[in-house]
Design a protein around this ligand. Structure first.
Ligand SMILES: Cc1cc2nc3c(=O)[nH]c(=O)nc-3n(C[C@H](O)[C@H](O)[C@H](O)COP(=O)(O)O)c2cc1C
Length: 236
């Protein structure tokens, strides 16, 4: 994959050797309100699926942030919508990957519609409790290998912006360091298993190949939920 930056991740910090500079960034834990929102939004999604079926799901704001990466040229910021979500804590990662793969294989020749509740039951076991979530990173899968992937290979810092639904409009900007993971990586296997559980439902565009995945190591969270800011005064 020809990565230009060298990244060393420790428990509390990340060292990055970029072509022109060295950075050390401190890692943070995702706050409770973000983790709770991630869990609640998935549970709400499952309720909608159960009540009204897969056709009714048009967007999943808690799963589809906009990702900003840095490249070259006058418009050096690149934006793209991406599926990025929670990962299990390391000690339960294998357990949920196995559960999702087992559930997927149990579908066999049964239809996707008739197995929806079985698949949701498995997914719920992970998403229902924010305590299951790794608080230091999120993950996603690459599909198209476009500008986002290119930029991250050269400059592995990215910002992502989640925008939730009315009436609360939870919104968060997360800044972090991105590392690539391949199909042998246990986190890639989890992301693939989670995706494959709902691969043929209408709210997913069917994909056959995910060349690699990403771990998004969080170094900053900015709450962008709409409410008055104190520095607004300066503009009056
Ligand atoms: C709702 C939605 C979800 C998407 N999810 C992903 C995804 O999980 N992974 C991915 O590689 N591309 C995903 N895409 C495609 C990217 O938004 C984008 O088209 C792709 O990365 C190419 O743009 P780029 O050259 O800026 O990277 C998604 C697009 C939309 C509209």
């Amino acid at each position: 994959m020809g990565r230009e930056a060298r990244i060393k991740i420790s428990d509390n910090s990340i060292d990055i050797q970029l072509p022109d500079k060295k950075l050390t960034l401190n890692r943070i834990s995702l706050p409770e309100n973000f983790l709770q929102w991630q869990s609640a939004a998935r549970l709400k999604l499952f309720d909608i699926l159960k009540e009204h079926g897969t056709e009714t799901v048009k967007m999943q704001p808690a799963h589809l942030p906009v990702v900003a990466t840095l490249g070259d040229g006058p418009f050096s910021i690149n934006l793209a919508s991406r599926g990025i979500g929670p990962l299990p804590k390391n000690e339960i990662l294998e357990k949920f990957t196995k559960l999702f793969n087992k559930t997927r294989s149990e579908i066999g020749n049964h239809g996707w519609q008739e197995t929806l509740s079985h698949r949701m039951k498995a997914a719920k076991q992970f998403y229902k409790d924010p305590k299951n979530f790794d608080t230091s990173m999120l993950g996603g899968l690459e599909i198209f290998e476009g500008k986002t992937a290119h930029n991250l290979a050269h400059y592995p810092l990215a910002s992502i912006l989640y925008t939730g639904e009315a009436p609360s409009f939870h919104s968060y900007q997360l800044n972090g360091v991105v590392t690539f993971i391949n199909e042998k990586d246990p986190y890639y296997r989890f992301l693939l298993a989670a995706r494959e559980l709902f691969a043929f439902d209408t709210f997913h565009v069917r994909q056959v190949r995910y060349p690699y995945g990403y771990l998004f190591h969080i170094v900053e969270l900015v709450d962008k939920t709409p409410y008055p800011r104190k520095y607004r005064k300066g503009f009056e």
